[in-house]
Design a protein around this ligand. Sequence first.
Ligand SMILES: Cc1cc2nc3c(=O)[nH]c(=O)nc-3n(C[C@H](O)[C@H](O)[C@H](O)COP(=O)(O)OP(=O)(O)OC[C@H]3O[C@@H](n4cnc5c(N)ncnc54)[C@H](O)[C@@H]3O)c2cc1C
Length: 459
Amino acid sequence: MIQSTRIQKLNEVTRRKKGDYILYWMQEAQRCQDNQALELAIRSANKYGVTVVVCFGIMDSYPEANERHYAFMLEGLADVAQGLRSRGIAFIVRRGMPGDIALALSQNATAVICERSYMPNQVRWRRQLAEKASCPVIQVETEVVVPINVVSDKSEYAARTIRPKIHRVWDEYIIPMAETELHKPSDAFEFESDFDVTDTASVLSQLDLDRSVTPVSRFKGGETEAQILLDNFVTGTVDGYADGHNEPSAEKTSFLSPYLNFGQISPVAAAVAARGTDTGSNEDRTSFIEELIIRRELAINYIAFDTDFSSYGALPGWARKTLAEHAHDEREYIYSMAELEACNTHDQHWNDAMREMVHTGFMHNYMRMYWAKKILEWSPTPECAFATTIALNNKYFLDGRGPNSYANVAWCFGLHDRAWTERPIFGKIRYMNANGLNRKFDMPAYTAFVDALVASEQN
Ligand SMILES: Cc1cc2nc3c(=O)[nH]c(=O)nc-3n(C[C@H](O)[C@H](O)[C@H](O)COP(=O)(O)OP(=O)(O)OC[C@H]3O[C@@H](n4cnc5c(N)ncnc54)[C@H](O)[C@@H]3O)c2cc1C
């Protein structure tokens, strides 16, 4: 089922009667399964007696993306190519600005279908396409369980304010989607592509990109891998998630965030699977769904309604006020960004977390909180700490550069949180220290866990 609330017309142009195909411009949902935009394209094509073609634009030097991100994305596109081929759908991959590529191919299209994005540059690309295209441009909201405007019309204050709004309607959205067969296949059509994405290494070598951060072996991109991770999670790891997911070396989480970030798995499919399993307790499943839907969609709500989200100025007024009052407090340690990247501070736990990030493109959630709080403590100013944390987050994490990145870093600086007991440097911002980690978790096990991960990346 594709709920009508997921679908928005981006222009008022009427359907081109002589179009050759429905064009699906893929970008946010880099998958063939559980993809409402692809499904709508197929249903529309069958209805109007045409076929579907899918296009993807690969830009050199996409802002903040490096070889690590590109490699993961390209592994995913190889899966997409295979998945589309098996459904008889042509996949056109061209080099350049994605919106321009979609516009060029829209000349012969009956209509264009794209996914809704929340990041400003991508919102702009869709708006520009809709203004210039001479056929209808229709947007489908594929990357959330509940469409954000159904939930709220404003930036929500905290998880506790968005939760009841999502709970009220989510049963209408946590529903599996049936796939429709395309009546007129397009894979025999001759379309020019700039890349053969089934050869990841070759495409990677042809692109002009930042190669300062290398690909990782810990995570292989693509919906096949994402589906394996989800299956393993709902049939095993979810058991004990509620109590165990905060333990940094326990591997009690799903590891789906890189895949969700690139649209290689559907959040609806993950929610359906988590609700449908009888593995684990009700509390385990509820706790996972809270992260997957409430926390993740709170982050998307923030990005969608607070367009200044990447700047320090977007933090809540009380947080900026208290941090300003403590901006001149003495700092025992101050580290530059380069010193942080060298994973060589005085704090072993922090260094371990940073090694996990630099070498594997991921970090456990609890360690992410500690990691960001310490950058605040060890930076000359809170503004500098905020900028450094965002920059490192987006440089190294495979799940970086998205709504969760900005909202979660901002959370460490007071967003969606409340005031706590006042203390030096942090003011009323929630504080964390190494004693808390040592008390709650097996930290020597985390060091050994990271040692093993790093050794495996270096082999
Ligand atoms: C400082 C900081 C920076 C972070 N940066 C990012 C980032 O760049 N990208 C990113 O996806 N997440 C980020 N997070 C949130 C969280 O750490 C990761 O989503 C989580 O660790 C991913 O692991 P998992 O997929 O195994 O999670 P699971 O525990 O299996 O959770 C399932 C899914 O729920 C979502 N989720 C989990 N925790 C959160 C959360 N706190 N907020 C919002 N959604 C959540 C994720 O999509 C995750 O894949 C950050 C957290 C902090 C404190």
